[in-house]
Design a protein around this ligand. Structure first.
Ligand code: MN
Length: 605
């Protein structure tokens, strides 16, 4: 069985192609289809078909041109090309023949005749142009080709121009974007909002050739929008726009839809109010850019109005640039505020720490220079000075840290910093409180929340500075950071002081003191373990009773240097009685273990 003959059909109409395929396919031919001329030429080169059926009305190259092109390829010589032409005019059939076709079949094709017609050409039939007409037909054909080329050339020029315009726009856009990037990098550290905005607006004005630029921004209370106006002469503040003015009220509803410009703006309900506010003049090309709040979605943060000559409509890349510059301005302003508050706070913090540090230095120097007795007198004076100096920065810090807290900046790092600042402020505040008490100006006898471990650390530190601990090794192990109690500061500081007095009060000085805290079963446990020697059991049982010392004291004991409980312990029980507290004492190791146990409010743990 001989291989099927290949027939290539170049035809843009699928309905025609299916009919051809069905008729010739049934007759046993191997059918191939190309939809347009150049594709058809490629397929002819690859397939080397036995015959080409060529539609004359094709998109792109016409059938005549395809025929000419096929004929120029020597490899395809001898392949019959048969034109399918719907045109009944004789000249078209003749043009087909002079352009390289070997025959033609008229459309619509006759299903009963078609196969026979094709097979006649396969068998060698060739049509001819009438003698003497060939010259005229050729001229006609070349005329057609010239017209076709002309049309194509115009088309190409047109698209080339559009391409050039797009490329120019792209270049300008590129240049603007890199200038914007440079600007944004240069203003990162600019802390002053006014000069920041002036620089950004100046750039926008310059890049876009604006006549006027207004930038409005909502004030903290939302009551009005504050504005900056930029003209060719520079920038100045403009009259504020009320928050309930029709322009911002209307803008709020469409603020997420991007800039409004051109005819759209001219026909919008914003045009007349903007004209009345002097945001643009008539005639001019204007653009209105609403800026939604970045944190509060339903709020309008601000809006910009730009205008220039009516002959220069804003191009798409310019609109994009304006939106970018607007976004940059918004982010930079918020950044600047953040940087400003942060540096204010850190300045305040730094100077406060310096004051605290130098105050401590004075105390230490005094301690080194003076005997204990002189020291006591001088220290009171020093504490007073120190306290006075601390009060002001502490107040500043408290205000600053509260302000930072209200700014609601989202990042975790931010929150962490704020928490740290607050914590430090709290510590300094407590220190001032402790100092105030020391200098005898116990202004605050009202109850307050007291963080017990912090109170303990501060009191021990102050006692150490005052010289009460001597050179004993103090070991402090606090483990109840969450424990707080609503009470009077002095009750607790006095109790701690008396407990220390007991621990260090034996006839043989205890070489060390261990102070330990923990939360156990909802109770705050404070333990002090000393090595100052044991106390006789019968004395120990009365340690917390008033006047127990008087009852138990005997001359013999005094002479022998027997250790007694601290004289202030009964007072401690009194002070702690309103806090559901229990105290306990026992002999342990080389000395005694004194314990204070305090019921914590379940909510306060
Ligand atoms: Mn067609």
């Amino acid at each position: 069985m001989s291989p099927k003959l290949k027939i290539l059909c170049i035809e843009d109409n699928p309905v025609n192609w299916r009919l051809v395929q069905r008729l010739l396919g049934q007759a046993g031919y191997d059918m191939h289809w190309a939809e347009e001329g150049l594709q058809g030429y490629q397929m002819a080169v690859e397939l080397k078909p036995a015959l080409v059926l060529l539609d004359i009305n094709l998109p792109g190259l016409s059938g005549f041109e395809v025929a000419t092109k096929l004929r120029q390829n020597a490899d395809l010589n001898g392949i019959p090309i048969i034109a399918l032409t719907a045109k009944t005019m004789k000249i078209d059939r003749e043009t087909a023949l002079v352009s390289g076709c070997d025959g033609y079949i008229s459309k619509p094709i006759d299903p009963f005749q078609f196969t026979t017609q094709v097979e006649a050409y396969l068998g060698g039939q060739r049509d001819k142009v009438d003698q003497g007409r060939e010259g005229a037909v050729l001229r006609q054909f070349s005329q057609q080709i010239v017209e076709h080329l002309e049309a194509r050339l115009k088309e190409a020029q047109g698209s080339n121009r559009k391409l050039q315009e797009a490329q120019d726009a792209l270049e300008i856009r590129n240049r603007n974007l890199s200038r914007l990037l440079a600007l944004s990098q240069s203003i990162v550290a600019e802390p002053d909002p006014r000069s920041l905005l002036t620089r950004i607006l100046g750039r926008a004005q310059e890049d876009l050739g604006l006549k006027m630029l207004h930038a409005f921004r909502v004030q903290a209370d939302g009551g009005y929008f504050e504005g900056l106006q930029w003209t060719e002469d520079g920038s100045e503040m403009t009259a504020p726009v009320r928050g309930d003015h029709v322009l911002p009220m209307r803008l709020k509803r469409v603020m997420n839809e991007g800039p409004i410009l051109g005819q759209h703006l001219l026909q919008s309900p914003y045009w007349d109010p903007g004209l009345a506010l002097g945001l643009w003049t008539q005639p001019s090309e204007a653009l209105l850019l609403p800026m939604p709040h970045r944190q509060h979605e339903a709020e309008l943060w601000g809006f910009w109005a730009l205008s220039r000559e009516a002959s220069r409509p804003f191009l798409p890349y310019e609109v994009e640039l304006i939106a970018l510059i607007g976004g940059l301005a918004q982010v930079s302003l918020q950044n600047a505020e953040l940087i400003y508050s942060l540096s204010e706070s850190s300045r305040a913090l730094a100077s406060s720490y310096e004051i605290v540090e130098s105050a401590y230095m004075e105390v230490h120097q005094a301690q080194a220079a003076l005997s204990l007795r002189e020291r006591q007198a001088l220290l009171g004076d020093l504490f007073q000075k120190m306290t006075k100096r601390l009060q002001e920065p502490v107040a500043t810090l408290q205000v600053q840290s509260a302000a930072l807290d209200h700014m609601e900046q989202g990042s975790g790092e931010w929150k962490h910093s704020v928490a740290q600042i607050r914590h430090s402020v709290g510590q300094i505040g407590n220190l001032v409180k402790a100092l105030t008490r020391r200098v005898g100006k116990q202004e605050n006898t009202r109850p307050e929340w007291i963080i017990l471990d912090e109170l303990l650390s501060q009191e021990l530190e102050l006692m150490s500075i005052e010289g009460h601990l001597g050179d004993r090794g103090l070991r402090l192990e606090v483990g109840a950071a969450e424990a707080k109690v609503f009470g009077i500061y002095g009750d607790f500081s006095e109790t701690v002081a008396e407990m220390v007095r007991h621990a260090l009060g034996g006839p043989t000085p205890s070489p060390s003191l261990l102070v330990r805290t923990a939360i156990l079963d909802g109770r705050y446990q404070l333990e002090m373990a000393d090595e100052g020697g044991p106390i006789p059991t019968e004395v120990l049982t009365h340690a917390f009773e008033p006047f127990s010392v008087l009852h138990e004291e005997s001359l013999e004991d005094a002479v022998l240097g027997v250790r007694k409980p601290g004289p202030g312990l009964p007072a401690c029980v009194q002070l702690m009685s309103s806090y559901q507290a229990a105290m306990r004492i026992e002999n342990m190791g080389e000395g005694t273990l004194l314990e204070l146990s305090l019921q914590l409010d379940t909510e306060s743990i």
